[in-house]
Design a binder for this molecule. Sequence first.
Ligand SMILES: *[C@@H]1O[C@H](CO)[C@@H](O)[C@H](O)[C@H]1NC(C)=O
Ligand SMILES: *[C@@H]1O[C@H](CO)[C@@H](O)[C@H](O)[C@H]1NC(C)=O
Ligand SMILES: *[C@@H]1O[C@H](CO)[C@@H](O)[C@H](O)[C@H]1NC(C)=O
Ligand SMILES: *[C@@H]1O[C@H](CO)[C@@H](O)[C@H](O)[C@H]1NC(C)=O
Length: 160
Amino acid sequence: MIIRSHLNLIVLLIAWIIIFSLTSSVSGLGTFTHIETNSSSPKPMMWQYGNYIDGTVVLRIINVENISDTGDVVLIRQMLSLRIIYPNGTVSEIDKGLEIQEFNWQITTTSDGINQDPISIFALQRDNLLVRYFKASNTSDITTYEEWGRIIDWYGNLYR
Ligand SMILES: *[C@@H]1O[C@H](CO)[C@@H](O)[C@H](O)[C@H]1NC(C)=O
Ligand SMILES: *[C@@H]1O[C@H](CO)[C@@H](O)[C@H](O)[C@H]1NC(C)=O
Ligand SMILES: *[C@@H]1O[C@H](CO)[C@@H](O)[C@H](O)[C@H]1NC(C)=O
Ligand SMILES: *[C@@H]1O[C@H](CO)[C@@H](O)[C@H](O)[C@H]1NC(C)=O
């Protein structure tokens, strides 16, 4: 329940941001629709975004695969899914495995309702973004978790 209401809020927020940034740069465009190439289940959900000075928006979408019985751990498809929305309305889809530890692909909701996702995206300069994730030498020991990052560009190339 908590997860759902947060997701709804995020989806609303992102929809608003996209509509705002598109209408401000692409005049005359009232609604914006993008049909996913793979309209597979589980359904994609907008999760994180980054925006760039030139008006490009990068959305990260997630596909929920399983939810724990207690409802506080969500397993997502082990794939970084980005949708690059250019100011001219063109959308490109990137689905990339990252070769990172499995615990990165779960979103945990804390008792005070905060979603903790080990993975985050950050917009860098034009056509690059940083993907934050974690590495742990012992996944049962929180003190061994280290923050790492990789660069990915708008064309799906990964850099170390
Ligand atoms: C669509 O999904 C199928 C099965 O999961 C996969 O084999 C295919 O590569 C996907 N296509 C794209 C464009 O992602
Ligand atoms: C979902 O998680 C439950 C409990 O951990 C497990 O029993 C079930 O097999 C999982 N389902 C899928 C489709 O992975
Ligand atoms: C929209 O812009 C992108 C990035 O500049 C470009 O690759 C694409 O071809 C453009 N699409 C159209 C329809 O002009
Ligand atoms: C991993 O961490 C757990 C919890 O701190 C500890 O009990 C276990 O011995 C550690 N395993 C290794 C291989 O260090």
